[in-house]
Design a protein around this ligand. Structure first.
Ligand code: NAP
Ligand code: GCO
Length: 259
């Protein structure tokens, strides 16, 4: 029988108090995993803990900024001591800045690269040694349409998510021999706080996205749960360095002709 169970597995999902990370962690819990997540502030972490609790999920929540190497090292040590070594890492925490490139400061650009590219490197390099010792591990990097496509105002985000795609392939190449699989999950346009500014009443981006998506709807965080579970489970043990796009068909489609 194909094994999608995560029974006995410890999963760390970064930035998972709500949104895509929360939906993925909830699905992992349903499949039997013990959930660990972090967020930036005690308030958000508490809110996340309450949200998991309301679903009957006994998650462990920590405060940690994933861009800070010392905080990530302390987080992973604490998880290993208080829970157990991590079997599954989902690099989910991310930010976006929508600013025309010629108006963006180098500091704003760096901040996006720091959270969306440097942090997945930091968290992955910190958990990989114990995965090597255990002889298995799953790393899932949350990529984006912007791992493949560009668009106005998202230069830093596209540079980071394009880089994350290649970091994914490199981790797969470097650690595949240790039975560590590293894959990317590339969401299309998903209704979360990150995309809230694009979904306001009458915003032209809303109809633009519907016309670009064969499924003709925004995705939901729950749309990502099944594909993430596949990549976290033994069912994908020979899938490595792959980016699984969950986009309602955007990357396959030229877009609907205007009427
Ligand atoms: P979201 O609603 O903005 O949630 C992102 C989470 O990451 C928040 O909890 C955020 O905390 C946390 N975070 C940000 N910086 C952090 C840091 N330095 N340390 C720890 N946590 C941090 O985003 P989402 O839409 O669920 O997106 C999750 C991931 O999917 C991101 O990587 C995003 O780029 C990617 N993605 C989203 C979409 C989409 O359409 N929504 C599509 C493709 C890819 P705060 O609340 O404190 O900021
Ligand atoms: C944007 C969006 C995107 C999405 C997502 C697409 O401004 O174009 O925010 O970047 O959030 O990453 O896959």
């Amino acid at each position: 029988m194909v094994n999608f169970s995560l029974e006995g597995k410890i999963a760390l999902v970064t930035g998972a108090s709500y949104g895509i990370g929360f939906a993925i962690a909830s699905a992992f819990a349903e499949a039997g995993a013990e959930i660990v997540f972090n967020d930036l502030t005690p308030e958000l972490t508490e809110k996340g803990l309450a949200a998991y609790q309301s679903k009957g999920i006994p998650a462990h929540g920590y405060v940690c900024d994933v861009t800070k190497e010392n905080e990530v090292k302390a987080l992973v040590e604490e998880i290993e001591k208080e829970v157990a070594p991590i079997d599954i890492l989902v690099n989910n925490a991310g930010i976006i800045q929508r600013i025309p490139m010629h108006e963006m400061t180098a500091q704003e650009f760096r901040q996006v690269i720091d959270v969306d590219l440097n942090a997945p490197f930091i968290v992955a390099k910190t958990v990989i040694p114990s995965m090597m010792r255990k002889g298995h591990g799953k790393i899932i990097n949350i990529c984006s349409m912007m791992s493949e496509l560009g668009r106005e105002t998202v230069s830093a985000y596209a540079a980071a998510k394009g880089g994350l795609k290649m970091l994914t392939r490199n981790i797969a190449s470097e650690y595949g021999a240790y039975n560590i699989q590293c894959n990317g999950l590339g969401p299309g346009y998903i209704a979360t706080p990150q995309t809230a500014p694009l979904r306001t009443e009458g915003h032209p981006f809303n109809s633009f996205i519907l016309a670009k998506t064969p499924a003709a709807r925004w995705g939901t965080p729950e749309d990502l749960a099944g594909p993430a579970l596949f990549l976290a489970s033994d069912a994908s043990n020979f899938v490595n360095g792959h980016i699984l796009y969950v986009d309602g068909g955007i990357l396959a489609y030229i877009g609907k002709q205007p009427q």
